[in-house]
Design a protein around this ligand. Structure first.
Ligand code: PGA
Length: 260
């Protein structure tokens, strides 16, 4: 299946690696692995906050820098939080919003909505994570995803759809080694597109990239792209191994350059 979007591959490092030295080493290995060839793929990494500035310098604008979270307020008495302007000032151009690991820490749909309002006031891209915890035979998981998506969409201006990426991340697939099948991913992608179309119309809906996350590895990347029809990946575990991350990126590059 030929995708109309340039694929986007995001490495979500989560709370890894343990030191800035190791973070720089990982990023240097990724850079070396990707080489100088121009890629037909957008690549982003989302390191922990304390590493953003150094990774930004090493990236020198070649790869996008994403943050793993943001807090909606601009400044003030919010101990432990990080604002959008802080993130932008260290080179961040995309923010992951509503990751299931944040939701599990108590982040509500309302907070997420507020965070998104802040993101859409800027030129930063929002990577909104949606996904069910369990997959039931009756298909109730579709309504879980629908509710998360509709709640998030309330904060998205219709004119800024190209700043939105939806990451379908079934919670049961995250870090478990069990990925959703290409068939299930395609079905969910079409479902998400339908909700987007309901909300903003077909043309605008088509601007949104829909990526998949949940145990993406070099061995399943190709089938998820070709048969799952996704516009890229949000990768956790495999993004911490330079060789694996680079391999997925190269698979996506190949997918675009050889697709007819
Ligand atoms: P995983 O994580 O690739 O380790 O399953 C994906 C994610 O949480 O974004």
């Amino acid at each position: 299946m030929k995708n109309t979007h340039k694929p986007l591959i995001i490495g979500n490092w989560k709370m890894n690696p343990a030191t800035i030295t190791l973070a720089k080493k990982l990023f240097a290995e990724i850079k070396t692995g990707l080489g100088r060839k121009r890629l037909a793929v957008d690549v982003a990494v989302a390191p922990p906050f304390p590493y953003l500035s150094d990774i930004n310098k090493m990236s020198a604008g070649k790869y996008a820098l994403a943050a793993q979270d943001v807090f909606f307020a601009e400044s003030g008495a919010h101990t432990g939080e990080v604002s959008l302007s802080m993130l932008k000032s260290v080179g961040v151009s995309a923010v992951i919003v509503g990751h299931s690991e944040r939701r599990a820490q108590g982040e509500s749909d309302h907070e997420l909505y507020q965070d998104l309002l802040a993101v859409f006031k800027s030129k930063v891209t929002a990577v909104v994570c949606v996904g069910e915890s369990t997959r039931d035979a009756n298909g109730n998981f579709f309504s879980v995803v629908e509710a998360q998506l509709r709640s998030a969409l309330r904060a998205v201006p219709k004119t800024k759809l190209n700043q939105l990426v939806i990451a379908y991340e079934p919670v049961w697939a995250i870090g478990t080694g069990k990925h959703a099948t290409a068939e299930d991913v395609l079905e969910m992608k079409l479902f998400i597109q339908k909700i987007l179309t309901d909300h903003v119309g077909r043309t605008r809906a088509a601007r949104v990239r829909i990526v998949y996350g949940g145990s993406v590895k070099p061995k399943n990347a190709e089938v998820l792209l070709t048969e799952g029809g996704v516009d890229g990946f949000l990768i956790g575990g495999a993004s911490l191994k330079a060789k694996d991350f680079v391999s997925v990126i190269k698979t996506a590059h190949q997918h675009v350059t050889t697709a007819v």
